[in-house]
Ligand binder design. Structure first.
Ligand code: MEV
Length: 298
């Protein structure tokens, strides 16, 4: 039994999406793939790129998450092998892609035919193990793919685009847990509700306008909204010096826009630089980052 799932990038709107604002996101492929077979006894998940195995009772979050999936599907023995094509913990949806790929492979192993909605329900349970208050954007994109505007509780409204969106993707090499970054914004909102809510509202406006720019094929306009969104994210204290350095280098190299993607506190940076991708990757290289061009929504 073999199953796959997408990764994702958030073009605009992370963090604000947790509070009901829209976010503009697209899928990355490949994300994760999972093979499942009946095992010699019990449940074991092996993550190939990390060369590490997890079991439901090993005390790890991944072990707990896979145990939850198996319990929900009534599977008591399974050997799962997961291949991840995304940087783990980098804000590009690796956790949700793992959850969706495992849920699909386990459902097949259990002889169950699940629609995308049922897979997303299972993957939401997986996501809650890692992150107390997920908006749902990560596992929705992991299951459905494409490019669209996601609203918590409403789902994904796909955008009609002429083709995938090429973006430069660079990993800062820094890592912070999404849970901690989301909690940080919640603390800021408790301490200073009016200022934080104004910022979250402003991000919502940026997303709505950015989606219009993307649909109209206005790369310069979308880039401007990415830069605006990055400033607003920095004011929510989820950026880092390294993220700002990578964004500045990308803009100096000709990118229309650059920003963090995902929870921030490190992770990956995206840059929109049609025709200037090589210059952006070269600029990042001088900062010690091996970036690549990804096609979002393919
Ligand atoms: C994480 O990829 C995106 C956040 O907005 C959290 C969420 O939406 O659940 C930071």
């Amino acid at each position: 039994m073999s199953a796959t799932a997408h990764g994702k990038v958030i073009l605009l709107g992370e963090h604000a999406v947790v509070y009901g604002q829209p976010c503009l996101a697209g899928s990355l492929h490949p994300g994760a793939s999972c093979d499942a077979e009946h095992g010699p006894g019990g449940v074991r998940l092996h993550v190939v790129p990390w060369d590490r195995s997890f079991t439901p009772d090993d005390g790890s979050e991944i072990g707990r998450a896979v145990g939850g999936l198996c319990a929900a599907l009534g599977v008591s023995d399974a050997a799962l092998t997961l291949t991840l094509s995304l940087p783990g913990g980098g804000g590009v949806g690796s956790s949700a892609a793992m959850g969706v790929a495992c849920a699909r492979a386990l459902a097949e192993l259990a002889g169950r035919s699940l629609d995308d909605h049922a897979v997303m329900e299972l993957a939401l349970g997986w996501e809650r193990v890692f992150h107390g208050n997920p908006s749902g954007v990560d596992h929705t994109l992991a299951a459905l793919g494409g490019v669209g505007v996601f609203v918590r509780g409403e789902g994904l409204r796909r955008l009609r685009l002429r083709g995938p969106v090429p973006l430069c993707l660079g990993d800062t090499g820094e890592r912070s847990a999404t849970r901690a970054m989301v909690e940080g914004v919640a603390v800021l909102r408790t301490r200073n509700p009016a200022m934080t809510d104004r910022t979250l509202d402003a991000i919502g406006v940026v997303v709505r306008n950015g989606a219009l720019a993307l649909e109209a094929g206005d790369a310069k306009g979308l880039g401007d909204f990415m830069n605006l969104n990055q400033n607003l994210l920095a004011s929510l204290l989820v950026s880092t010096e390294r993220i700002e350095d990578l964004c500045a280098a990308a803009r100096d190299a000709g990118a229309y826009g650059a920003k963090l993607t995902g929870g921030g506190g490190g992770g990956c940076v995206i840059a929109l630089a049609p025709g200037r991708e090589d210059a952006v990757l070269a600029a990042w290289k001088t900062l010690g980052v091996d970036g690549r061009v990804v096609q979002v929504g393919r």
